[in-house]
Design a protein around this ligand. Structure first.
Ligand code: NAP
Length: 284
């Protein structure tokens, strides 16, 4: 079997088209331009790249975009003061703090300062709680993007054995809940998992986000598996995921490429959350 390749870019483009249409209508009928504010602390080049990607995506979907850059030495109070100001700014519907933050800052305290109504990254405890209780709310972008990619590829997760290798708050934890909410059977693996290969080998859908190139090789997956590679690594100047793509694709039924797989979906899900936040602000 040779896998079908998920075209994350194309799926993201069609979602972007829908967002552009809805935004046009929101502006024309209600005079509201969805607004996103991104806060970056420090000079990590990777984080700067991600903020740029979000700026460009906001521009494509005609959103208002503001970015705020703090030095590595910024104090928590300065950042929380800005968040509180943005919480009360009617032009801004979504606030995102680019992670990771420098070590001296308490990520949980900073994220918790964002108004849950503007938590477009879906990482506030209220958003996480809503997801856990299967209530309406913002869902973290990467897990939401994975589910949307599967849905738009006509893959139903109901009853499927899904194995996730990651338990972080941005990928594994929210994805686990989202999948359970959609009737999948979920196993979550991490560095303390015993015999991880046995778990991976029985997966109908395998999601990997460890940050190690070629972590998943062909002998670790079953014939016909659906592989979602979330990892982003740079090897000899080129981007790659966590899966030995060339060999695993010979065995899988579907596989995501890196780049061009989950990444574009993550960005467009953020845009969708900002649009949703702008629409919800009208109901207040
Ligand atoms: P993270 O917080 O470092 O989490 C990595 C997870 O992988 C942890 O749960 C860790 O287990 C597990 N892990 C690492 N090595 C392992 C091993 N040898 N065996 C089993 N489990 C292992 O990272 P993250 O922020 O979730 O990101 C993970 C990867 O996804 C990175 O490459 C990142 O760049 C990428 N990413 C991509 C997107 C996208 O849009 N495409 C979005 C987010 C992240 P422990 O919990 O036991 O440490």
């Amino acid at each position: 079997m040779v896998a079908e390749i998920f075209d994350g870019k194309q799926i993201a483009n069609s979602i972007e088209e829908e967002i552009i249409e809805e935004t046009k209508e929101l502006i024309e009928k209600r005079g509201v331009i969805p607004g996103l504010a991104v806060i970056l602390v420090g000079s990590d080049p990777g984080s700067q790249v991600y903020v740029n990607i979000k700026r460009k995506a906001s521009s494509r979907v005609t959103f208002h975009f503001e970015d705020y850059v703090f030095p590595d030495t910024a104090e928590e109070k300065e950042i929380i003061d800005l968040i509180e100001r943005l919480n009360n700014d009617d032009k801004i519907h979504g606030i995102l703090v680019q992670l990771p933050l420098p070590k001296h800052l308490d990520e949980n305290r900073v994220i918790s300062a964002i108004s849950p109504e503007k938590d477009v990254d879906g990482l506030h405890p209220i958003s996480a709680g809503n997801l856990l209780l299967k209530q309406e709310g913002f869902v973290a972008n990467t897990p939401a993007g994975i589910l949307e990619m599967l849905r738009r590829s006509n893959i139903d997760v109901k009853g499927k054995d899904v194995v996730i290798v990651n338990r972080s708050k941005i990928v594994g934890r929210p994805l686990m809940v989202l999948l359970i909410n959609n009737d999948a059977t979920v196993t979550v693996c991490h560095t303390k998992t015993k015999d991880i290969k046995t778990h991976m080998k029985r997966a109908d859908i395998l999601v990997v986000a460890v940050g190690t190139p070629k972590f998943v090789t062909a002998d670790m997956v079953k014939e016909g598996v659906i592989v979602i590679d979330v990892g982003i690594n740079r090897v000899e100047g080129k981007l790659c995921g966590d899966v030995d793509f060339e060999n695993v694709k010979e065995k899988a039924s579907y596989i995501t490429p890196v780049p061009g797989g989950v990444g574009p979906l993550t960005v467009v899900m953020l845009m969708r959350n900002v649009l949703m936040a702008a629409k919800r602000s009208l109901k207040k």
